[in-house]
Write a protein that binds this ligand. Structure first.
Ligand SMILES: Nc1nc2c(ncn2[C@@H]2O[C@H](COP(=O)(O)OP(=O)(O)O)[C@@H](O)[C@H]2O)c(=O)[nH]1
Ligand SMILES: [Mg+2]
Length: 339
């Protein structure tokens, strides 16, 4: 037989025998201890209590401002119509410096007629720019090497034409030149260059310093074209991709002792490459930039505004407006016909 429950929580209270509350509550039911039994503690009962489930508040993502990776870009693409450019080139061709130069130019004001509206990757830009230009104790500026282990980095810029046109959400990808070099040599690796499928515009960065160097010209000019062929012919790009060759380090070709010779080499190579790669239906261009005029200061920064303008030219979208119906039956159609 189980013992009757104690009518009071306080063991010294005699309410069970006398019917009177030790604490003088009358009626006894008013006593907060009356009719309650002490709960055995979990430790005393030996039972393991389930730990109460705590639901964490939903995490709020705070952008670090560094370059975007694939997951960030996927999230970004769900909310924005992007203009995508992939910078492609062998190591040390000048890809990262070009990005740093565009950022540096925007820090001073509009670039050509494109005004800065915003960026999700300002910290990423600032790091590249800082490392490209501000490393102390160096006799000349130097961009740190993009490591082959680094994932593809995506930079973002929101730009608006200063005549008030629509804002372009520009995304530029940068990755280590080693990955591109390896894929040129072994085309089985082309499929790993996933950022290229995303690109509306493939920008092959041509190192003009190497091209115009008599000792390196032959090998380099061949390898450069080989890279375009390897990627284009192995399905690296989407069907309607625009391809451009961007000859950078133009300042190195302007040194007075070899300027005429270098200009002739560049012109000839441009004519050759345009002839080979220009196909009907695909935009193809050859352009020149100087992103860091350290070899010939007089050249100055060159071609940056044109480059950004090209990358953010408003797209010609198909017209989806219904043609107006003449002499329409419905009032709404007649209204539309007036416009
Ligand atoms: N003279 C000159 N040097 C440049 C120019 N652009 C880049 N460089 C230098 O070329 C080297 C490689 O540049 P980087 O941007 O790191 O090449 P990446 O490997 O293609 O990203 C660095 O030392 C840069 O300072 C340029 O327009 N002119
Ligand atoms: Mg780099």
């Amino acid at each position: 037989m189980s013992a009757a429950p104690l009518p009071c929580l306080r063991p010294e209270c005699k309410v069970a025998q006398t019917g009177k509350c030790d604490l003088k509550h009358d009626p006894v039911e008013l006593c907060p201890n009356y009719g309650k039994t002490a709960q055995p503690s979990p430790a005393a009962s030996g039972e393991e209590q389930p730990t109460p489930r705590r639901t964490a508040p939903a995490a709020v993502g705070i952008s670090s401002g560094d370059t975007m990776e694939w997951e960030d870009l996927e999230a970004f693409s769900r909310g924005h119509r992007m203009r995508t450019v992939s910078l492609i080139g062998e190591p040390r061709s000048g890809k990262t410096t070009l990005i740093a130069a565009i950022y540096a130019s925007l820090c001073k004001g509009a670039i050509g007629n494109r005004v800065f509206v915003g960026s999700r990757t300002l910290v990423g830009f600032a790091k590249r720019h800082h490392l490209a230009l501000l490393n102390s104790e160096r006799r000349s500026p130097k961009t740190p090497r993009t490591s082959s282990d680094d994932p593809t980095a995506f930079f973002h810029l929101a730009l608006r034409p200063n005549d008030g046109g629509p804002i372009s959400q520009l995304i530029v990808s940068d990755r280590s030149g080693e990955a591109y070099q390896a894929a040129r040599q072994d085309t089985a690796l082309v499929k790993n260059l996933t950022e290229l499928r995303l690109a509306e515009r493939a920008c092959f960065v041509l190192n003009a310093a190497k091209l115009t160097n008599p000792e390196r010209h032959a090998a380099y000019s061949r390898q450069f074209k080989q890279m375009i062929y390897a990627f284009r012919d192995n399905g690296a790009f989407r069907d309607n991709v625009a391809i451009e060759v961007l000859a950078t380090k133009i300042d190195t070709t302007k040194k007075p002792d070899r300027a005429a010779e270098s200009a002739a080499i560049l012109d000839e190579y441009e004519a050759q490459i345009v002839d080979e790669f220009q196909v009907a239906g695909i935009e193809f261009g050859f352009h020149r930039v100087c992103a860091l005029p350290k070899s010939h200061l007089e050249t100055g920064y060159l071609g940056l505004a044109e480059t950004v303008a090209r990358w953010t030219t408003p797209q010609q979208l198909p017209d989806v407006v219904q043609p107006a119906v003449g002499d329409a039956f419905r009032q709404i159609d007649r209204l539309l016909a007036k416009w």
